[in-house]
Design a binder for this molecule. Structure first.
Ligand code: TPP
Length: 579
């Protein structure tokens, strides 16, 4: 007769799980032992449980299948929490196995006692404890189905005493899964939307990650309406490529003419987006919203017309209902503005980048974009790497760009690269790391070596927590606590047995990237970049502009004159003209 641990692993096998990320330990050992004996599931040993959760999230993101992470009782599974928040907010199907102290000790302040079933409540769609073996296999199956269907995070808390008990007679539970349902809009809502579109002269579209799989339909609609098409950071990889209507990205990291297009429109149509920054959304423009999740409707800005349905299904029905617009003059104006802003602002740094030392991060990002393969998976650290990826990594429908775009955690790039590379070993995985981000979960560089992963960890090494430096300056504060020691990550990687190269000369960068990207297996490319290269959001409030100038003068008064001068030189060309 099987134990609870063995039945759980059999249940995972039935769900098609192929790997579990985690760190072994006491209460978790019987489950890991059952995984060791499984012919279908691999144990992926990481160095920090947070990495296990981020990795599982990226695995689920690229495969669309359930991914699993595990941590031992108390601190072991507590370490999962930040990664699980990220998975939950990214709405990817992840099961976390949190092993627990012996059931007889719960409530006694026993060694390592925490309450995982309560702790993970906020970052999961399902969090339950198996306190009796007879809950198996139903509860494990419910956990799996909850993660898959929400989709989101399920957490199973299992005390060590229960793990080793005999499971009830019988086998793990299989079930017939329904095919993806077609979720079509209510006819009246659809008609209201079509009427509003037909009445408006200038219709702007703004697209989020919910447009995944609907690229062609969005293009067809934009072609009929002569609409400028803007996108959020998460929408970029699905909508920006092969897009003659592209006007760039909005938000704190945004660029181009997306913002002005939204503000000038008679009707703004938000498509599959829960873009969180309401201050970047117009509030005076008539707004329609299409989203499969009704919770997203109207929660960021006004919602005059709302359609709850699958984006692609909606657009397929909507397109024949809207009339071809006659004039494309507004679209052409916005495209011209986009071209100007891209050339003169976003492109400013990169023109003569090969001569600038320290290496400018924008130049590095452009060279990385050119050197990476056509179907590379990029993972992007929270911090300035978000900006460089958003502006310079070219999506093409085959590449992926994964980050902690909703949870905004630092140190996500390396762990997510691990999950992506384990799941898709034939693809090149490029982790765009900040030096702060890489330092935070540095131990897991070992994992790319141990697992021999095709991960190229590219460090934008500016010896600073640069994103926060920018925040402080824009807020009118003197930047403080934002400096990191100069660190030679290539030497650290080499000491770990990983191929590594450090680049300080911009003239060498292209050749190094080309060479390293072409070789299989793990590598660290440590690029020493300019810490004074900042980025300015597309919509600068008067207060922020004032703050920028104010912080500059405060720095001068504090004697930081040299730094102010170099910062001004580094950024002058990156400031939008109208600022
Ligand atoms: C876990 C966590 N801690 C702190 C922050 C706040 N924060 C956001 S970006 C950032 C700096 C990142 O520095 P680095 O990785 O060196 O990248 P850079 O911005 O310099 O390119 C910090 C401290 C965060 N988002 N997440």
């Amino acid at each position: 007769m099987a134990t609870v641990a063995e039945m759980l692993v059999e249940q995972l096998e039935l769900a098609g799980v192929e790997r579990v990320y985690g760190i072994v330990g006491d209460s978790l050992n019987p489950i890991v032992d059952a995984i060791r004996r499984s012919k279908k599931i691999r144990w992926i040993h990481v160095r920090h449980e947070e990495v296990a959760a981020f990795a599982a999230g990226a695995d689920a993101e690229v495969t669309g299948k359930l991914a699993v992470c595990a941590g031992s009782c108390g601190p072991g599974n507590l370490h999962l929490i930040n990664g699980l928040y990220d998975c939950q907010r990214n709405r990817v199907p992840v099961l976390a196995i949190a092993s627990h102290i012996p059931a007889t000790q719960i409530g006694t302040q026993f060694f390592q006692e925490t309450h995982p079933d309560r702790i993970f409540n906020e970052c999961s769609v399902f969090s339950e404890m198996i306190s009796d073996p007879n809950q198996m296999p139903r509860v494990s199956r419910i956990a799996i189905e909850s993660a898959l269907t929400a989709p989101g995070v399920s957490v199973l808390t299992i005390p060590s005493t229960v793990t080793q008990e005999k499971a009830p007679e019988g086998k793990a539970l299989d079930m017939a899964h329904p095919r993806k349902p077609r979720i079509i809009p209510n006819e009246e809502d659809l008609k209201e939307l079509a009427d509003a579109i037909n009445e408006a002269d200038k219709v702007a579209l703004f697209c989020g990650a919910g447009t995944r799989g609907a690229h062609d339909e969005v293009m067809e609609l934009a072609g009929k309406l002569y609409s400028p098409v803007g996108h959020s950071l998460r929408g970029k990889e699905w909508i920006q490529w092969d897009n003659p209507y592209d006007v760039g990205m909005s938000g704190l990291l945004g660029y181009g003419a997306a913002q002005e297009s939204m503000e000038e429109a008679d009707l703004l149509v938000l498509i599959g987006t829960d873009f969180p920054y309401d201050s970047f959304l117009p509030h005076k423009v008539r707004t329609a919203q299409i989203d499969i999740n009704p919770m997203h409707l109207g929660r960021r800005t006004r919602c005059d017309i709302s359609v709850q349905a699958d984006v692609r299904e909606t657009l397929k029905l909507l397109i024949p209902m809207v009339e071809q617009k006659k004039s494309r003059s507004w679209l052409d104006k916005k495209l011209k503005s986009q071209a100007y802003l891209m050339d003169k602002v976003v492109g400013a740094y990169t023109e003569d980048g090969s001569k600038l030392k320290p290496i400018h991060p924008e130049f590095a990002a452009v060279k990385l974009d050119e050197a990476a393969s056509d179907d590379a998976i990029f993972t992007v650290d929270t911090g300035m790497c978000n900006v460089w990826a958003a502006r310079y990594i070219t999506p093409n429908g085959k590449r992926r760009v994964i980050g902690s775009f909703l949870h905004g955690s630092m140190a996500n790039a390396l762990p997510q690269a691990i999950g992506a590379a384990v799941a898709e070993p034939h693809r090149q995985v490029v982790a765009m790391c900040g030096d702060g981000g890489l330092s935070m979960l540095l131990g897991d560089l070992q994992t790319i070596k141990t697992q021999d992963l095709n991960v190229k960890a590219v460090v934008f090494n500016n010896s600073a927590l640069c994103m926060v430096k920018l925040e402080m300056i824009v807020d009118g504060l003197v930047d403080f606590g934002t400096t990191n020691d100069e660190m030679n990550f290539a030497a650290i990687a080499e000491a770990m047995g990983i191929r590594a190269v450090r680049v300080t000369d911009p003239q060498e960068l292209e050749a190094v990237l080309e060479e390293e990207m072409a070789k299989p297996g793990p590598a660290v490319i440590d690029i020493v970049t300019d810490p004074n290269a900042l980025s300015i959001p597309p919509k600068i409030e008067f207060g922020q502009a004032k703050g920028f100038a104010f912080a500059m003068s405060k720095q001068i008064l504090n004697g930081g004159f040299g730094e102010v001068m170099s910062m001004a030189r580094s950024n002058l060309r990156n400031i939008p003209r109208r600022f």
